[in-house]
Design a protein around this ligand. Structure first.
Ligand code: SAH
Ligand code: SF4
Length: 356
């Protein structure tokens, strides 16, 4: 087997490995094939924190595994529950950086919103994560572990997973797909593949790759503006991948996925993208698509943006009423615990309690 790492933090998380990858590890040790499946089940079904709990695995193998791998790499730094029962988890990673996950309980589903990167390189103007810049990608193990730990720590049963926490999942493409495969594996965390949604701000080449690889996870496009100039202003990525190219890649995705719907996310920023004119532009832009438009009144942070006043929101929605696509309006969740994208991790770092 491999050389023993020098410190705890260098040990790889076993949570990001598929059954066949665990099998590859075990083969040189002369272990039977079923052993990989047993270990995988301990991790993803029984959700154990220690190799010692794997009671049907020989002691000698448990000890080899714990010399080289870890099952727990995220330390819970803070858990907060909002009045509306939204739960926010702030994690300290092995390198002391912080990321967050948010659990949103609703009547018919409980959605966990997970992070794919520490920070983000794309710098959308209204997004707290964007202000951090890019620090690093999360590993598949760190992505999967957010779900496994929340499964244990929350009293709600998880039904849906969305990549809408910190980071741009399509920039951390391979690791996001690897983590999604494990989360969606019936022998793994067993989240239905259709209930895993990857959200992107529009990394066009990766939307083509994702389509060609024929994955079954949902795709959400963070649109936020119905035309190029405005989009460029609030989302710098639009300069690299213009709106018409983004919409062309979504058309390509829709053609390949004959029965699917795509979701467009639209954060409403008062006085910026919330006038009836923008609503009308949205109708003509999105009408050719089988889609859902999810309107998200922006969460207050200190970036100078505000959600629309009630009467503006009303007018915007009324203008959209004749649109041929479905429209949902997201309730602002967990505002009392700063549960918007990246907000808590940024706040914690600003307060310089970046834990060591
Ligand atoms: N990078 C990906 C996924 C993470 S961001 C993306 O942009 O899609 C997830 C969602 O949080 C995006 O739709 C993003 O626009 C939204 N978001 C960011 N800042 C927000 C804010 N201040 N209020 C409400 N939603 C916000
Ligand atoms: Fe990055 Fe998404 Fe935030 Fe934009 S909205 S900065 S892409 S995390």
């Amino acid at each position: 087997m491999m050389k023993k790492p020098e410190t705890m933090s260098q040990k790889e998380s076993l949570l990001g490995r598929s059954v066949s990858q665990i099998l590859e590890l075990l083969q040189p040790l002369g272990e039977p094939e079923y052993r990989a499946r047993q270990i995988y089940k301990w991790i993803h079904h029984h959700n154990v924190d220690h190799f010692q709990e794997m009671s049907n695995i020989p002691k000698s193998l448990r000890s080899i595994l714990s010399d080289h791998f870890q099952l727990k790499t995220l330390q819970l730094a803070q858990k907060t529950e909002a009045l509306d029962r939204t739960e926010k988890y702030l994690w300290k990673l092995a390198d002391h950086r912080m990321v967050e996950s948010v659990l949103i309980p609703e009547s018919r589903r409980n959605t966990i919103c997970i992070s794919s990167q520490v920070g983000c390189s794309l710098g959308c103007q209204f997004c707290a994560t964007g202000t951090m810049g890019f620090l690093r990608n999360l590993t598949p193990g760190e992505i999967v572990e957010q779900v496994l730990q929340v499964k244990k720590l929350s009293r709600h049963t998880l039904t849906n997973v969305v990549f809408m926490g910190m980071g741009e999942p399509l920039i951390n493409y391979q690791r996001t797909i690897q983590a999604s495969q494990i989360l969606g594996d019936p022998e793994g965390a067993a989240i239905a593949t259709k209930k895993i949604t990857i959200s992107t701000s529009g990394v066009v080449p990766k939307i083509y790759q994702y389509t060609d690889e024929a994955h079954h996870y949902g795709l959400a496009i963070s649109l936020h503006a119905p035309e190029q100039k405005l989009r460029e202003k609030i989302m710098p990525i639009a300069m690299k991948f213009p709106l018409d190219e983004l919409m062309e890649s979504v058309r390509y995705y829709m053609r390949a996925k004959k029965r699917n719907r795509v979701t467009f996310e639209y954060v409403l920023l008062s006085g910026i993208n919330d006038s009836p004119a923008e609503a009308r532009q949205l109708i003509s832009l999105l009408s050719p698509f089988r889609c859902k438009l999810n309107l998200i009144p922006c969460n207050q942070n200190n970036l100078g943006f505000h959600p629309p006043a009630a009467e503006h929101l009303d007018k915007f929605i009324k203008t959209l009423l004749n649109a041929p696509f479905a429209i949902t309006v997201r309730k602002n969740r967990g505002e009392d615990i700063t549960a918007a994208c990246g907000q808590l991790a940024v706040e914690v770092q600003e307060k310089a309690i970046f834990m060591k």
